[in-house]
Ligand binder design. Structure first.
Ligand code: CAA
Length: 286
């Protein structure tokens, strides 16, 4: 039986969560955007406003369209605001105990037929799903950064995800104008399983002083036609997020050396050099 998905909830308004809110609101779908504290909510709201205002300044959206988009988004602190949404996407940091706590809470608050989705990029959707009493309605819906721009969504079904839940999410992705690929629950899914060994290797080259950051990035942009070099891409993803993804894939993926995080990555995380979001990573940003 297919559900009508008219209102979605987004939990966590960091880089990915705020981008996902924008994707839904720009596609005409009502969104309830939730954070755990006012300060984080304000930051998420500012990210959304900044992105939409840039689109207006470029002439991609009219001021009327901007107002319609903002009218579709409700902001709230706490999970209770999600009691009536048809689907929730969780986009909090990549830590299993945190996600499990949130899913237990979503299970308590959300209506019985609501779909509970995680934007995890490397954790086990199955392990997240068993924190609820409805693992058959739990699914991975993995967007790429920047979510409003990147066309792909990886849909991750577990061994117990119901077929109608997969079909409903596939239909939703089509409404968002995204292309989806539906896969089973494996560390890193398709894209990150292929991407992160390469990113780790690029940092290793820099750490060994084999090449400069500019040369590594230029080689991949100009020699291989990629839109960004690997170090600039890691700054976009966030060095902390990249570390968590590599570490999880290393541990879940049979300790493949390609995914053992290069020491420099951990050092940068400890020093607070997290990439664009903190103004400094491999490069410096205004
Ligand atoms: N939010 C919203 N829109 C954004 C944006 C953002 N953060 N960043 C860029 N855009 C939009 C711009 O507004 C612009 O839109 P218009 O064409 O409508 O004007 C468009 O994207 C192009 O942007 P720019 O002209 O500023 O810059 P660009 O052409 O260099 O593109 C880029 C920027 C889209 C980020 C491009 O460099 C790119 O595709 N990079 C690779 C990104 C990538 O590989 N992402 C996947 C990361 S892995 C991941 O996400 C998985 C995970 O789990 C970590």
């Amino acid at each position: 039986m297919s559900r009508e998905i008219n209102t979605v909830g987004v939990v966590g308004l960091g880089t990915m969560g705020a981008g996902i809110v924008e994707v839904f609101a720009r596609s005409g779908i009502d969104v309830v955007a939730v954070e755990v504290a006012e300060a984080a909510l304000d930051r998420g709201q500012a990210t959304l406003v900044g992105s939409i205002d840039r689109a207006v300044a470029k002439g991609k959206l009219t001021p009327e369209e901007r107002d319609e988009i903002f009218a579709r988004v409700g902001f709230a602190v706490g999970f209770e605001a999600l009691h009536d949404v048809d689907l929730v996407i969780e986009a909090v940091p990549e830590q299993l105990p945190l996600k499990q706590r949130i899913f237990a809470e979503l299970d308590r608050v959300c209506k019985p037929d609501a779909i509970l989705a995680t934007n995890t990029s490397s954790l086990s959707v199955t392990e997240i799903s068993v924190a609820t009493s409805r693992p058959n309605q739990v699914i991975g819906v993995h967007f790429f950064n920047p979510a409003p721009v990147m066309k792909l969504v990886e849909i991750v079904r577990t061994v117990v995800t119901a077929a109608d839940v997969v079909a409903d999410v596939e239909a939703l992705c089509a409404r968002l104008g995204k292309t989806d690929v539906t896969i089973n629950d494996r560390a890193g899914f398709i894209a990150n399983a292929l991407l992160f060994g390469y990113l780790n290797q690029a940092v290793s080259m820099l750490e060994a002083r084999y090449a400069t950051r500019e040369d590594i990035d230029a080689a991949m942009r100009l020699g291989c036609g990629l839109p960004m070099g690997p170090l600039a891409l890691m700054d976009l993803i966030g060095i902390d997020t990249a570390y968590e993804i590599l570490d999880t894939m290393y541990r879940r993926g049979g300790r493949d050396r390609r995914h053992a995080p290069v020491p420099l990555i951990k050092q940068m995380v400890t020093a607070g050099l997290l990439g664009r979001k903190t103004g400094r990573g491999f490069y410096t940003y205004e």
